[in-house]
Design a protein around this ligand. Structure first.
Ligand code: TXA
Ligand code: MG
Length: 330
């Protein structure tokens, strides 16, 4: 398949910029586009055939449902059978932004989007190019992260091209995805909202608006978001998590180990390279997936990744880093 790459300046999106991309979406094709969290791989959410192409392009397990992206709060009603009061409050507070809500679906939403569930994931992004695309297409856009299944999510158009060039019709290059971790997914179908996947909108942010919120593992540790059980974020190198660099004792097992640190650089020798994740957890979030991919291009055989505390976006960082490490710590 021929893949066209176009560039859009997120600070200056002009009417017409997204017209060719919208045309592809309306015609049942695939367009990768930037959002404030990570790049998404989009298709018309109301066209089952188009949505199935997403699974083929990514090699995504068919039991893992997709998020439907909309351009205005009111559009959620096109997809969801009912909007509970707490969901309405969350939409008004955090949309457009990195928050996905699980709602009871309308019959018009194809089973291909929801993997046969009777719920649908809905999100309104904040990114100017994403919003312009959804508006120009005139239809909700189903989109997972625009990586091959199992790989780190893309925060640059180059990452998308590395995984999906030749497998999609168009890639919209809108620069760096500023948050760098995927949206917070919250199940709104029960009495108490439950976080299924942590993200930049934290449990405390949600509680300030709707009171009680369930965070962390659901009963018996069973992930309620189907995607949480699949291997994800895996670079070729083995990933280990550490909280204190002094605890790293297995460096000699590796030829090209890489250290990811935050803040002050630890006093540690023997690393092939060190990556500075910045001063804050927000900096770290923006760079994590980029680092996991760069470790591969640098030929690393091990990555030692700092595990920050769980306040704020820390919970999302801990989730993604732990999953990249498959639970391995030093
Ligand atoms: O920030 C994001 O959310 C990015 C951008 C592109 O919007 N998208 C993204 O999509 O991360 P994806 O497909 O990589 O992750 C969607 C997550 C998966 O864990 C999936 O299992 C869960 O949302 N999900 C989708 N529909 C669901 C549903 N009906 N019930 C429970 N979980 C659902
Ligand atoms: Mg993903």
């Amino acid at each position: 398949m021929k893949t066209v790459i176009i560039r859009v300046d997120p600070d200056d999106v002009r009417p017409g910029d997204l017209a060719p991309a919208a045309e592809i979406i309306r015609g049942g094709g695939l367009v990768a586009f930037p959002t404030e969290t990570v790049y998404g791989l989009g298709a018309d959410a109301l066209n089952a055939g188009a949505v199935m192409k997403i699974f083929a392009a990514k090699g995504r397990p068919p039991d893992n449902p997709l998020i439907a992206h909309i351009g205005a709060v009111g559009e959620a009603e096109r997809l969801a059978r009912e909007i509970p009061e707490k969901a309405q409050k969350l939409m008004e507070t955090f949309w457009g932004g990195p928050l996905t809500l699980i709602l009871k679906k309308r019959p018009e939403v194809p089973g291909a989007v929801t993997a046969g569930l009777d719920t649908v994931a809905v999100r309104m992004p904040a990114h100017s190019a994403a919003n312009a695309l959804i508006k120009a297409a005139g239809t909700p856009i189903a989109a997972p992260s625009a990586n091959l299944s199992g790989r780190p999510s893309p925060t640059l158009a180059e990452h998308v091209a590395a995984d999906l060039f030749g497998r999609v019709d168009m890639i919209i290059d809108g620069g760096n995805a500023v948050i760098g971790l995927e949206s917070t997914v919250v199940d709104m179908t029960g009495e108490i909202p439950a976080i299924l996947r942590p993200g930049a909108v934290s449990a405390d942010h949600l509680r300030a608006v709707v009171g009680d919120v369930l965070a962390g593992k659901t009963e018996k540790g069973a992930p309620k978001s189907p995607g949480m059980k699949h291997a994800h974020y895996k670079p070729a190198a083995q990933v280990f998590i550490y909280e204190n660099a002094a605890d790293i004792s297995n460096l000699d097992d590796f030829e090209r180990p890489i250290l990811i640190y935050m803040g002050q650089k630890p006093q540690t020798n023997g690393f092939f390279k060190t990556y500075n994740a910045g001063e804050t957890k927000e900096d770290y979030a923006a760079r994590l997936f980029y680092f996991l991919r760069r470790a591969d291009s640098d030929g690393a055989d091990a990555v030692f990744a700092f595990l920050p505390d769980e306040k704020g976006i820390g919970a999302a960082l801990r989730d993604r880093i732990s999953r990249a490490a498959g639970g391995k710590s030093v």
